[in-house]
Design a protein around this ligand. Structure first.
Ligand SMILES: Cc1ncc(COP(=O)(O)O)c(C=O)c1O
Length: 415
């Protein structure tokens, strides 16, 4: 089945030829699946040969409203026809409006726009350090992050990322980062001190396996951050923008208010954009010239992001996230093949951890799913990760899950 979108075959090259060219020309830091995705609509994608896939990964939580969402496309076209870059020397209306709407929708008073998640976190790290330096002329430089975290690939954010595999070979790494076991209340209490300037955490760890913070953990961090005058940073790059059924995942925990939240992925509705949201009190540590980015706050992306934000916040989308999240879990649980140790996560951010029998096979399983016409992600080597579009329909979800279940059943019966 193909959609009515035109297949862009200007190249006249076969998928195999294109893949071979990609392999020859790309710096080999990725291992893309060997197919050429050509076009998409809703939660469906088609490759160059016209094979259909249900997209249960949304380009790693980016395409929160699926592919070719009519209003997003329209916003992009309209703004593209007007103005698509000015630099931050000048104001543009879409960027101003988006910043104001993010402030209105959140705890924040101030917004800094970047192009990616790593840059949003880099901005957060710099702001926290600068803020501490306004209070103490020496010391108070330490940033606590958590084992299993993922905060990005720049040198500072890869150091914040408490996973040795991402840091190997890049030393010397920037100093001042300390790691704490995730969800370990006592360990955190022992590690935080007067030297701590910030604590950075994913309310649900994404890349390392969809692990939610235990109830009370974020509150515990907040209490101790207040005690030691440290800035509390929530990295909501994967878990934010409605993914869990609320705008930010931390909102599931009562009484928690961060000093900084970082966003990217779904923020631009599929186009590249990151943001650091903060309070007036912390934000005022930055003044003109302290930070910046040539592309940060692009008007075309902002025009799209405004529409995405409005839609994502709607009660209809939030209700869909809950309903489809419940349905996705139910389908995995009903499978009843004892393939999973645990199914965890919130809303449409779901991880299914494989039993030891299937240890380290997440990649192979996602490949088998792809051959059955459904795109599923992995998180680490042992977790199947599901991040479908937030507006996925019943039909799309059920077709996708039928294909997942079929794949897993075949695998289980050794086919
Ligand atoms: C929680 C989290 N933080 C930061 C990042 C880095 O974002 P980017 O790849 O846009 O730099 C990611 C990317 O997966 C992420 O999941």
């Amino acid at each position: 089945m193909t959609s009515n979108a035109q297949s862009s075959r200007h190249s006249q090259l076969s998928s195999e030829e294109l893949v071979a060219r990609g392999k020859a020309a790309y710096l080999p830091v990725y291992s893309p699946r060997e197919m050429i995705l050509d076009h998409g609509k809703g939660a469906r994608l088609w490759d160059l040969e016209g094979r259909e896939y249900i997209d249960l990964g949304s380009g790693i939580a980016v395409n929160a409203l699926g592919h070719q969402e009519e209003d997003l496309v329209q916003a992009a076209i309209e703004q593209t026809r007007k103005l698509w870059h000015t630099s931050n020397m000048y104001y543009t209306e879409p960027v101003i409006r988006l910043a104001a709407e993010l402030v209105e929708a959140s705890f924040a008073d101030r917004v800094f726009f970047s192009n990616s998640g790593a840059e949003a976190n880099e901005a957060a790290i710099k702001l926290a350090r600068k803020y501490a330096s306004t209070k103490k002329t020496s010391g108070k430089r330490e940033i606590i992050t958590f084992n299993g975290s993922f905060h990005g690939r720049t040198l500072a954010t890869v150091t914040a990322t408490a996973q040795a595999k991402h840091q190997k070979g890049f030393d010397p790494l920037p100093g001042g980062f300390t790691y704490c076991p995730y969800n370990d209340f006592n360990a955190f209490e022992k590690i935080i001190s007067e030297e701590t300037c910030a604590v950075m955490i994913e309310p649900i760890q994404g890349e390392s396996g969809i692990t939610p913070a235990e109830p009370g953990f974020l509150k515990h961090l907040q209490t101790l951050c207040h005690k030691y005058d440290a800035v509390l940073i929530f990295d909501e790059i994967q878990s934010g923008m409605g993914r869990t059924g609320r705008l930010f995942a931390y909102e599931w925990e009562e009484g928690v208010k961060p000093d900084i939240v970082t966003l990217a992925k779904a923020l631009g509705g599929g186009l590249p954009m990151g943001a650091m949201l903060t309070t007036e009190a912390v934000g005022k540590a930055f003044s003109v010239g302290d930070h910046g980015s040539t592309f940060g706050g692009n008007p075309v992306v902002a025009a799209v992001a405004r529409v995405a934000l409005q839609k994502i916040r709607s009660p209809q989308i939030m209700a869909n996230v809950k309903r489809q999240g419940d349905q996705l879990r139910k389908r995995l649980q009903e499978l009843n093949l004892d393939m999973f140790k645990e199914i965890r996560g919130k809303g449409l951010m779901i991880g299914a951890e494989l039993q030891d029998q299937w240890k380290d096979q997440a990649y192979e399983i996602t490949e088998k799913c792809r051959h059955h016409g459904v795109l599923v992600l992995q998180a680490g080597n042992n977790v199947l990760r599901f991040l479908p579009p937030l507006n996925i329909t019943d039909e799309e979800l059920n077709t996708g899950m039928d294909r997942v279940i079929e794949t897993l059943s075949d695998l289980h019966s050794g086919q």
